[in-house]
Design a protein. Structure first.
Length: 232
């Protein structure tokens, strides 16, 4: 009876972790200050190990199977355990340094339209062009906000079209309270400099040189870890 209880318990935990994968990942990044890539791999390995422990306890209910060593059960449980971890899918954009060589140009014109400096006085600035209705913008803003809580020192300038009210609501709902938010009322300028795909996120040094550019969901676990590694 004890073995059955343990088997069900570990199986339940191995299924629960993928169901709360994003929350668990954020906890490790923001509270334990671990990296996104490391944390995501650890969580998936934990699922595999817990599933294998559950399988080992189930095997103990059978006289013949109970003779199997744990390391052998672990090997048997690798594939199905990895499958369980896929309840939280792995996307092709999750890992690897993505981006392109698009440069942030016409900085003076952009600052004139915004009525404020775009770059900070620090070594680097993350300049993000967001629209308030864009799902990828919401996801990127939320992750960058968590990255700041997890140790990112690179300041963020978030640039929006539209109204101040919409911008404030976006930042409130998508973890962007730490951002320096600027409004651009010139839609043609906003689209031209951002390249018209959102979010459009530039990592720029203090001389104005673009070091990387991400669009859509390209600012992934690897990119977020890279930002955390940069010192001001």
């Amino acid at each position: 009876m004890k073995n059955l209880f343990l088997a069900v318990l570990f199986l339940s935990i191995s299924v629960l972790i993928p169901l709360v994968f994003e929350n668990a990942l954020v906890f490790l990044v923001t509270n334990l200050k671990l990296g996104w890539v490391f944390s995501s791999v650890i969580l998936r390995l934990l699922v595999i190990v817990l599933f294998s422990i559950s399988l080992f306890q189930f095997f103990k209910l059978n006289e013949k199977l109970s003779r199997l060593k744990f390391w052998l059960v672990l090997l048997i449980g690798l594939l199905p355990g990895f499958g369980v971890s896929f309840i939280a899918p792995i996307y092709v954009t999750d890992y690897g340094m993505l981006g392109d060589d698009l440069e942030l140009k016409d900085l003076n014109e952009l600052e004139l339209a915004a009525g404020s400096p775009v770059l900070s006085a620090e070594n680097y600035t993350l300049v993000a062009f967001f629209t308030t209705t864009c799902p990828h913008c919401q996801a990127a803003s939320t992750r960058i906000g968590y990255n700041i809580k997890g140790g990112q020192t690179v300041p963020v300038t978030a640039i929006f079209p539209g109204s101040e009210g919409d911008t404030h609501q976006f930042l409130e709902e998508n973890n962007g309270k730490e951002f320096n938010a600027l409004l651009i009322n010139n839609d043609d300028l906003f689209l031209r400099i951002s390249n018209g795909t959102f979010p459009s996120i530039f990592l720029v040094d203090k001389s104005g040189k673009t070091l990387n550019h991400w669009v859509g969901d390209e600012l992934n676990y690897t990119g977020l870890d890279y930002l955390k590694s940069l010192e001001q």
